[in-house]
Design a protein around this ligand. Structure first.
Ligand code: ZN
Length: 118
């Protein structure tokens, strides 16, 4: 009989998040929690590249967990769409002040072509 420890995340799938250059939250890493060698530490299997690492519980506080890999993959696809949508919105807003093309550097700058004297 398997008893799932309330305090344990073992067996759950997860995403960690990072922010793109435009400050949009996007999925950084995904994988599965495979063990808890001692309180406060989890053994985590990351995919792409596939590695196993010991991770401190605190580092996982902003992760998002899923009971199965299907939920994880569906969320990843959804998050990716959201990022693409926001990025296209932002790049339209951030038009280059010189050539008026989208893709100006966030907040002030011209696009890379203009910045490079093009
Ligand atoms: Zn430009």
């Amino acid at each position: 009989m398997r008893h799932r420890d309330e305090a344990s995340l073992v067996g759950w799938f997860f995403h960690s998040f990072a922010h793109t250059q435009l400050g949009i939250r996007s999925v950084e890493l995904q994988g599965r929690v495979v063990g808890r060698p001692e309180p406060g530490w989890y053994l985590v299997q990351f995919s792409q590249p596939e590695t196993i690492q010991l991770v401190k519980f605190e580092r996982m506080s902003h992760w998002q967990f899923y009971p199965d890999s299907d939920s994880m993959m569906m969320t990843a696809a959804y998050e990716k769409l959201k990022v693409e949508e926001k990025e296209s919105q932002q790049s339209l807003i951030r038009a280059c002040p010189r050539c008026k093309e989208p893709g100006g550097i966030p907040s002030t700058g011209p696009c890379t072509d203009c910045a490079n004297g093009g």
